[in-house]
Ligand binder design. Sequence first.
Ligand code: GLU
Length: 573
Amino acid sequence: MCGIVGYVGNKDCTEVLIDGLSKLEYRGYDSAGISVLENGCIRTVKAQGKLKNLEDKISAGECFKGTCGIGHTRWATHGEPSDINAHPHGNAILSIVHNGIIENYMDIKESLKNDGYTFESQTDTEIAAKLLDYYYKGDPVEAIIHVLGEVRGSFALGIVFKDFEDTIFAVRKESPLIVGVGDGENFIASDVPAILKYTKKYYLLESDELAILKKDSVEFLDLHRNTIEKEIQVADWDMEAAEKCGYEHFMLKEIHEQPNAIKNTLSPRIKNGLPYLDGCGLDDETLKNFNNIFIVACGTAMHAGVVGKYVIEELVRIPVTVDIASEFRYRNPIITEKDLVIIISQSGETADTLAALKLAKKQGAKTLAVVNVVGSSIAREADMVIYTHAGLEISVASTKAYSVQVAVMYLLAFKLALINDKITEDACRNYTNQLFEIPSVISAYLEEKEQLQFIASKLVNADSLLFIGRGLDYAMSMEGSLKLKEISYIHSEAYPAGELKHGTISLITENMPVIAVATQKSLFEKTISNIKEVKARGANVILLSSCDSKTKPGMMLLIIELTFLVQMICLCH
Ligand code: GLU
């Protein structure tokens, strides 16, 4: 989800919009565009790629002379990055910029087509623009309220109308949007850095609130047109802190973005309480009757694949093999046209993974990509794509991208199980509901950072440590161990808890802490036995569990009650 900027004042708004968009560059984007109100007309220019491409287009054409306009940098979710799919979208009457996802855009598109509308882009945004046009009869607020009554999803919108040359309208649902207040000028932005150069004062727009900005006034309305009084905020951040939304670093910011990322990934894919993957090219017929499934990926994405293996095998009873892409492509794998190869990659550009995908296609397998970047090489190459909607991940160590990949693995497992008659519709609905609760459970857990800081303080001086777990707990341990190595430079290994005794246990001393993950009821006592083995050799153990059992051995360094993991992991047990 990317950047929105809007300006109304006395300055040349093209300059302010481009400057604001450049301040949002750290969020990453694939295209950009602006609409400026000029002499009673809406002038729009858009360009795929860097902001420089947009600037070049603007300076090559006539410059726009206007003091009110909106701008956007796009992180594609619906339709590849291209000039046509770039925002703003609209027509001669109105123009909109949009962050987020309109979930029911397909249904709205169908009904608008029946009313004679045609569409040129592949975006969900264009549907919102045309719907707004459909309801607009001279009163923008009326039209916006109608649209909000119809669209589902999480989104922020900035809108200008030809007939209202000095006004910006803005509204949001879940996706962030602020209203900056200057002296004789006002702004909208998806993030504070875009306006910091001009003002430090801003209002936070809440969900289902509408803002109407003119150069000398800002008015807020609820969806019944009642005026709302809001408290002004003052940003005391410098530019760098503002980019990180006040977090110390991008990784921490992205950890806190997990709940929204999962929600954005799941909600467009659930219809009537059931997994809905039709828009991804995955019709039921295609998904039936595979002999084998291969999941191929690297690093963190591969670990999400291991979770996928456990869940799919448990629910669907099809053999699943997880492969590291750099091994798969050179090991002459045995794949046939009756197999499904799932390729997971955040960027969609991972070289070994792309090569593995090409190999699988050459051998006739059906290929399904799970990627975050729309229009990336892997997304283009694969037969079918499920996009994760995590937004840009700036931190090199992946966090929210892993969470959304895991969420997709679960959703896919539910879908496969349902269409292969392994679970009933009721059971599937129940699983899907539980999965959809995960974002709020994660949000609650992220509030408890003191406990996590305490554990970190116990581990900080270790040279080496072990993660142990069984089944899904082992899958998660693999990712935990990788993250620890990558971030703290402390050596660690993830081990299947039952395998430890075949040699590696000899390394255990009081200087090698053990993080034991035991969240699955069915394996809890087995893992507890393994914990006793390492404790007997002096290890300090941190147990991650929520299984309420009296069998937990005493003298544990710390027991973390991981309710959210258990909810996620025990769905199928
Ligand atoms: N869903 C919209 C699109 O794909 C907006 C994406 C964004 O937030 O940048 O164009």
